[in-house]
Design a protein around this ligand. Structure first.
Ligand SMILES: *Cc1c(COP(=O)(O)O)cnc(C)c1O
Length: 460
């Protein structure tokens, strides 16, 4: 059997509403053509994000009932701690309410003025938490990562020569840690090879710099290593994941991705003294060290989720579901980022809509069309999100890539939902020449994509 069927059956369902074309026109106009401002219940298929959107299993729902809500030293914390320790090998596990809270604590301890933190590509909250301390965040992705059509199997890799140059230039004393993001979310959910992780570890060790992981999608990354890396095909995903964690001194983790949970996260550490400092910071903003911003029931759901996420029938289904959507639209001619990564399909809007100038936001225009066509919500990762202002002229500099991300929630949609999404994408693709850009009519100075209002540009 080439394509695995869902390795689960449905026990509880949630109704989703279909809107008419006329209703969607009205909804778009009311929301200022910004899909963040469209109500979730007005989306037929919601591919805005894979974060916190997973469907939980019957075992996880049972865990919610078993949750021990004692303030201190609850049974649920010890179950959560044991699962994380068994999986990662990190002796100190600090629970947090989300991934970014773990980042905030970590970089409050090691960041600061004059420090530089390299990463393959910083996720936006990671970058913000590094920069908030006064430190500099530097992205060192391999050059293949910025070419959507390049089929390199590990486009998430860190550029080792660039890392070498950076360590030479700044000096190891100014680099508190090196981070690797698994998978590389910002560059298309692309995996990092085990070979690259080992090489970064060796380079860091040579200068005594600790290596940390942003482990949000560690299981999807491990599956892609098993599938794509020579010599790894006969190892279990859990074994590969463990070797990856063994390369690092610690990790930040958002349980909203490969935790298969709707909220939660943790900071994993090997250094006892650092763990003690982290717990002191934890109490200030998150909570007591045995719950850190989570309910006991959340910790139960994550403990169970982390065991389910390394099950290989699940990962095989998951990765193939995403890949099949990507391949279906690619075969119809739609330009996508290749190869298809772990958690999302990214359409190359710059290549699909070359007649729309970057500052008329081709990616955003495409998101609007996908909603208009079929009620499918996606997100632009391009100049609306990432354009910068030229310091001298104040002019906007467009982002390098104009992508539209179709992020796939875990275990939520079936194959027929994806057949529907693929049909919608192809229909929009077939009338791509009619699509026009948009202009911004209202925006905030920071993170404008969440609240900006737009207006379609119409031909004179
Ligand atoms: C989601 C995400 C985070 C932040 O996690 P939250 O739980 O949303 O705070 C950090 N890094 C990566 C790569 C992510 O995808």
């Amino acid at each position: 059997m080439k394509f695995p069927s869902e390795p689960f059956k449905i026990k509880v369902i949630e109704r989703i509403r279909m809107t008419t074309h006329e209703e969607r026109e009205e909804i778009l106009a009311e929301a200022g053509y910004n899909l963040f401002l469209v109500k979730a219940e007005d989306c037929h298929i919601d591919l805005l994000t894979d974060s916190g959107t997973a469907a939980m299993s019957d075992e996880q729902w049972s865990g919610l009932v078993r949750g021990d809500e004692s303030y201190a030293s609850s049974r649920s914390f010890f179950r959560f701690e044991k699962v994380v320790k068994d999986l990662t090998g990190f002796p100190f596990v600090i629970p947090t309410h989300q991934g970014r809270a773990a980042e905030k604590i970590l970089f409050s301890m090691v960041g600061g003025e004059g420090k530089t933190v390299p990463n393959n590509t910083h996720f936006d909250t990671t970058r913000a938490n590094v920069e908030y301390t006064g430190a500099e965040a530097v992205d060192l992705a391999v050059p293949e990562a910025s070419v959507p059509s390049n089929e390199h199997p590990f486009k998430g890799n860190m550029d080792l020569e660039a890392l070498d140059r950076l360590i030479e230039q700044y000096g190891p004393q100014h680099i508190p840690l090196v981070m690797i993001t698994l998978t590389n979310n910002t560059s298309g959910g692309q995996p990092v090879s085990l070979e690259n992780i080992r090489a970064v570890r060796d380079r860091c060790r040579a200068d005594g710099i600790p290596l940390y992981l942003d482990a949000c999608r560690f299981a999807e990354n491990a599956w892609l290593i098993k599938e794509r890396e020579a010599g790894q095909e006969n190892r279990s995903v859990a074994e590969i994941a463990r070797e990856v964690f063994d390369c690092a001194e610690g990790c930040t983790m958002s349980a909203k991705k490969d935790g298969l949970a709707n909220i939660g996260g943790f900071l994993g550490l090997r250094d006892e003294e650092l763990a003690a400092r982290a717990r002191n910071l934890l109490v200030l903003t998150e909570g007591f060290p045995t719950y850190g911003g989570m309910a006991g029931r959340d910790m139960e759901a994550i403990a169970q989720g982390l065991q389910e996420v390394v099950q290989e029938d699940y990962l095989c289904f998951r990765i193939n579901q995403v890949r099949r959507l990507g391949e279906t639209i690619s075969q119809a001619g739609v330009p996508i980022v290749k190869p298809v990564g772990g958690h999302a399909v990214y359409i190359d809007a710059k290549a699909m809509l070359p007649h729309i100038p970057a500052l008329q936001f081709p990616g955003h225009a495409l998101c609007i069309e996908l909603y208009r066509e079929a009620g499918v919500r996606t997100v632009e990762i391009g100049s609306v999100m990432f354009a910068r202002k030229d310091a001298a002229t104040g002019e906007e500099i467009p982002s390098e890539l104009e992508l539209v991300r179709l992020a796939i929630p875990r275990r939520v949609y079936t194959q027929s939902h994806f057949d529907y999404v693929a049909e919608a994408v192809v229909r929009v693709y077939e009338r791509r020449h009619e699509i026009r850009g948009v202009r911004i009519v209202e925006q905030e100075p920071m993170l404008r994509h969440f609240t900006a209002r737009f207006e379609p540009i119409v031909d004179k």
